[in-house]
Design a protein around this ligand. Structure first.
Ligand code: 13P
Length: 308
């Protein structure tokens, strides 16, 4: 038995012993994707965490995702194999920034991307993900909407909904590595390819794409385009592995090989094993913050339950 097979065997034993579920985001390492009980985008993973009958969740993603699982399932043990897998975008806005924004735009509604810490979620009105940001914003009656923290997702939502959103200057350092010229060059090499990019990409990149979608939307886009053989994927490179496994007959090319999220790649098989051996590192959220943060997520579910 080689080292990897041995590791997986031990993980499966401990998983059973601790009644654990392994949730894995689409950007995780291939070896981590391969042992997932459930693979998905931020929205689907949050729903799975809330509904799962298991007592323990091993969350293979970044910190805000595991924290969202804990907000939704406070009685469960939520483990993040590498506690240092943060999200720089999530940390681009502070509680004070939100207070200042509310003071500057007193009658506004605050919509916050799921890529935020619990403390920020506890100060917003509505949470949203890349899969439902347009629907959440569209459903809000008020014309004064502050959208935080991703300015590119915000600009995309603003463009689709035609609402006058007030944007924050946050961005994902991985997605901004994808450039318009990368896509133009790939289109020359693969003229029949379809291009799908994440709404965290820059506006220039969004403007040259055939479709703008979160990672779950990318899967739907490929499903819809049955006659297309080659897809150029404008997001973190891990998504190409996910798509290749789902659609082995098609070719998926990363829009940029530089779009690697160093935080998403921190969780490994070894760290999954260790976290199941020690039941550490665990995610905790202060109850006062959790209750408020939960409200913003619940409002998102309420708006989107009929459209997904
Ligand atoms: P998705 O919800 O589309 O998977 O996006 C998550 C994310 O963090 C993108 O950087």
């Amino acid at each position: 038995m080689n080292n990897k097979t041995e590791l997986i065997k031990k993980i499966l034993e401990l998983k059973k012993q601790h009644d654990a579920l392994i949730l894995v985001h689409n950007y995780q390492l291939e070896e981590v994707q391969d042992i997932a009980d459930f693979l998905g985008d931020s929205l689907d993973l949050s729903k799975k965490a809330a509904q799962a009958p298991q007592k323990t969740i091993v969350f293979c993603g970044v910190h805000f995702m595991a924290e969202t699982a804990k907000i939704l399932a406070p009685k469960k043990i939520v483990l993040l194999p590498d506690i240092n897998s943060g999200c720089p975008l999530a940390n681009m806005i502070t509680k004070k920034d939100i207070f200042d924004l509310k003071k500057k735009y007193p009658k506004s509604t605050v919509v916050g991307y799921i890529n935020t810490p619990a403390e920020i979620k506890s100060e917003i009105d509505y949470c949203c993900t890349s899969a439902n940001a347009v629907h959440v914003v569209q459903s809000i009656g008020s014309e004064n909407i502050i959208f935080i923290p991703d300015k590119y997702l915000g600009a995309y939502v603003k463009n689709v909904t035609k609402k006058n959103l007030i944007l924050w200057n946050g961005f994902c350092p991985t997605h901004v590595k994808i450039l318009e010229k990368d896509i133009t060059k790939l289109r020359q090499s693969y003229p029949k390819a379809k291009v799908v990019v994440h709404p965290e990409c820059t506006i220039e990149v969004q403007n040259v794409a055939d479709e703008i979608a979160g990672t779950a939307g990318m899967i739907k886009f490929v499903q819809k385009n049955q006659d297309t053989e080659v897809f150029i994927i404008g997001t973190e490179v891990g998504m190409c592995y996910r798509l290749s496994k789902l659609f082995p007959e098609k070719k998926f090319i990363p829009a940029s090989k530089l779009a690697i999220c160093p935080n998403m790649k921190k969780n490994s098989l070894e760290k999954i094993l260790w976290c199941l051996q020690d039941l550490q590192p665990q995610i905790f959220v202060e109850e006062k913050i959790r209750i408020k943060a939960y409200e913003s997520i619940k409002k998102m579910y309420k708006i989107t339950e009929n459209i997904e």
